[in-house]
Ligand binder design. Structure first.
Ligand code: FAD
Ligand code: DHB
Length: 389
């Protein structure tokens, strides 16, 4: 098999890259080790920045997003006794959208299977080879168990945090990583409960952080800070609702409860791998970096990476110019570090460490963001997404 760009991984990064390249006339093949059902059911992020919405719209995937997605004009920041709204259009002229990553993925897969380039599910033993040459290849075993070789001009490693691509880049001469693990985890639930808020609520509380998000006018998505050693079996639905009610408590406001349809515990870490390129292998999305979810950046960063990568690959393969592939890693990493800082800032400001000095620092920072237009604007600009340079 031969193609121009071999793409490893059918998460949002790989699928969107495939779409961007296809629209520019570049052949590509996407290889995914899970089944379509598994990929479409994975519940993850929910907030799309303005540039993500614009990109999805430009590639013809904005219809359902605009019909079923919910445009949000701000967030609430809460600490006991106070719930303060940051008004994004007023502060920075942008908005964000609530539209689940599951829905983005379903839209991308549907478009791809409807006349798009090949998307092979349930492949195994995927490994990029000869990436320092101009004709790299991907070896893999197809869903029927047959060994295959995909010859390419370039390979995109969009295989998430646990895929094989990052290790190949790291084995290059300048590979380096940075990591921070946080002593916090999130217990996330999806519930058939009408959201009791118009905007997301990020709540600081002495017992730990809580986040009120949603997926539709009938479905809420809620998170609780828990210790990373906690087991989901120890959290009954009643215990979860009680903790949520305590942490979001505000005079005159009431939490709406409902049937919990999904619950899980997510670890939190920051991780950056540089460079994001070795020869003709390019990393994008979670394959190159992880952020803690508090800034809602993971999915949006994946979209920003592949926007840059698609431009660079089109220039390389159609105009035979190396300039954009040569600058890809530095340009992508500049945004990665900005989002890494913002995600660390939001995580540090909102999670209870157990230390009372930390708590006073956090409350002081929260009061600052809620009272200074400059501090609020800084948060709003980062949250809604800086323009892609
Ligand atoms: P992924 O979505 O991970 O896609 C990578 C794809 O590669 C997957 O389909 C995987 O199956 C495939 N793959 C892996 N190995 C191979 C292989 N060997 N061969 C072929 N294919 C392979 N972000 C937020 O902003 N808010 C959240 O609440 C949030 N929750 C999250 C919860 C979880 C459990 C996780 C893991 C992430 C969460 N994120 C969240 C982050 C966000 O979902 C990711 O940043 C986003 O999915 C990145 O997209 P991606 O395409 O780069 O990677
Ligand atoms: C959601 C997840 C986040 O990490 C976040 O900061 C906001 C919303 C969500 O899943 O809806």
């Amino acid at each position: 098999m031969r193609t121009q760009v071999g793409i490893i991984g059918a998460g949002p990064a790989g699928l969107l890259l495939s779409r961007l390249l296809t629209l520019q006339g570049i052949d590509n093949v996407v290889l995914e080790n899970r089944s379509r059902e598994y990929v479409e059911a994975r519940i993850r992020a929910g907030i799309l920045e303005q540039h993500t919405v614009d990109t999805l719209t430009e590639v013809g995937l904005g219809d359902r997003l605009h019909r079923e997605g919910l445009e949000h004009h701000g967030i609430y920041l809460q600490h006991p006794g106070t719930r303060h709204k940051l008004d994004f259009p007023e502060l920075c002229g942008r908005t964000v959208w609530v539209y689940g990553q599951t829905e983005v993925t379903k839209d991308l897969i549907k478009a791809q299977l409807d006349g798009g380039p090949p998307l092979l599910f349930e492949v195994s033993d995927v490994i990029p080879e000869d990436v320092d040459s101009d004709s790299p290849r991907i070896r893999f075993t197809d869903a029927d168990g047959n060994p295959q070789v995909l010859e390419c001009d370039a390979v995109a490693g969009t295989d998430g945090f646990h895929g094989p691509s990052r290790a190949v880049v790291q084995q290059g001469p300048t590979g380096r990583t940075w990591e921070r693990t946080y002593p916090y985890a999130w217990l996330g639930i999806l519930a058939d409960a009408a959201p009791a808020t118009d905007e997301l609520i990020y709540a600081w509380h002495p017992e730990g952080f809580a986040l009120y998000s949603m997926r539709s006018p009938k479905v809420s998505r809620l998170y609780l800070q828990v210790d990373p050693s906690e087991k989901i079996e120890d959290w009954s639905d009643d215990r979860i609702w009680d903790n949520l009610a305590t942490r979001f408590a505000l005079d005159g406001w009431e939490l709406t409860t409902g049937t919990v349809t999904e619950k899980s515990i997510l670890p939190m870490r920051s991780f950056v791998s540089a460079p994001m390129r070795r020869g003709r292998l390019f990393l994008a999305g979670d394959a190159g970096h992880i952020v803690p979810p508090t800034g809602a950046k993971g999915l949006n960063l994946a979209v920003a990476d592949v926007t840059l990568l698609a431009q660079a690959l089109v220039r390389l393969l159609q105009e035979k110019q190396n300039d954009l592939v040569d600058s890809y890693s530095d340009r992508a990493l500049a945004r990665v570090w900005r989002c890494t800082h913002f995600s660390w800032f939001m995580t540090s400001m909102l999670h209870r460490s157990g230390d009372d000095f930390d708590a006073e620092m956090q409350l002081s920072q929260l009061r600052r963001v809620c009272s200074s237009e400059a501090a609020a604007r800084e948060l709003a600009e980062n949250y809604t997404g800086l323009p892609i340079e």
